[in-house]
Design a binder for this molecule. Structure first.
Ligand SMILES: NC(=O)c1ccc[n+]([C@@H]2O[C@H](COP(=O)([O-])OP(=O)(O)OC[C@H]3O[C@@H](n4cnc5c(N)ncnc54)[C@H](OP(=O)(O)O)[C@@H]3O)[C@@H](O)[C@H]2O)c1
Length: 170
């Protein structure tokens, strides 16, 4: 029988340009409402793990989700966010709170940490190449990863760039 820890499913969710860029000067390099909508719909009701720098880039905690933050500095605090100093302490929290599906929402350092244990990656592939991007989604190898599905969106009239969803599985 599987134990509670091995039953936890980790899913990475990210928006990434055609060259792998996902961040610029501590923030997102684009504003794409339909991608925010997809992110909200996918993650609502589930815990999300983020790095301290990504937490700092947010005005506040995202509603209807546990906002879990990894930081080595145990004195950090921010309203609506729960801080943890290790993956193990998040795992213990998840087991205690009976959470078995967790989204990993970035940034790059935190995606790198969770690639090994994740079973899915949802990439909103933003169809542009950002100039001067400074944060890149980590390389991931195929195998073990394979592109299971590619879903084209109808671009919104006011959107900065078109994008499509890539679903990667192990
Ligand atoms: N496009 C997207 O989908 C997307 C998603 C999220 C973020 N972003 C962008 O990505 C950028 C931020 O990414 P980033 O890689 O620079 O930072 P990050 O991953 O958000 O945060 C890094 C921080 O996480 C903590 N950390 C890392 N490893 C840890 C470990 N093993 N144990 C405990 N704490 C640990 C450390 O915090 P302390 O320094 O406090 O110890 C570290 O400084 C921003 O530009 C943001 O807008 C993009």
């Amino acid at each position: 029988m599987k134990d509670a820890v091995s039953e936890i499913e980790y899913i990475l969710i990210a928006a990434v340009d055609l060259g792998g860029v996902m961040g610029l000067s501590g923030t997102l390099p684009w504003h794409i409402p339909s991608d925010f909508k997809h992110f909200k719909k996918t993650t609502e009701g589930h815990p999300m793990i983020m790095g301290r720098k990504t937490c700092e880039s947010l005005k506040g905690a995202l509603p209807n989700r546990d906002n879990l933050v990894l930081s080595r500095n145990t004195t950090h605090q921010k309203d609506g966010f729960l801080f943890f100093s290790s993956q193990k302490s998040i795992e213990d929290w998840a087991v205690q709170n009976k959470k078995n599906k967790i989204f990993v929402v970035g940034g790059a350092e935190i995606y790198s940490l969770y690639l090994a244990v994740a079973t899915s990656i949802l990439i909103s592939r933003i169809e542009t190449k950002v100039v001067g991007g400074d944060t890149y989604f980590p390389e991931f190898a195929s195998p073990p990863w394979h592109l299971e599905e590619k879903i084209k969106n109808e671009p919104g009239a006011q959107e900065e760039f078109p994008w499509h969803l890539e679903i990667w599985k192990k």
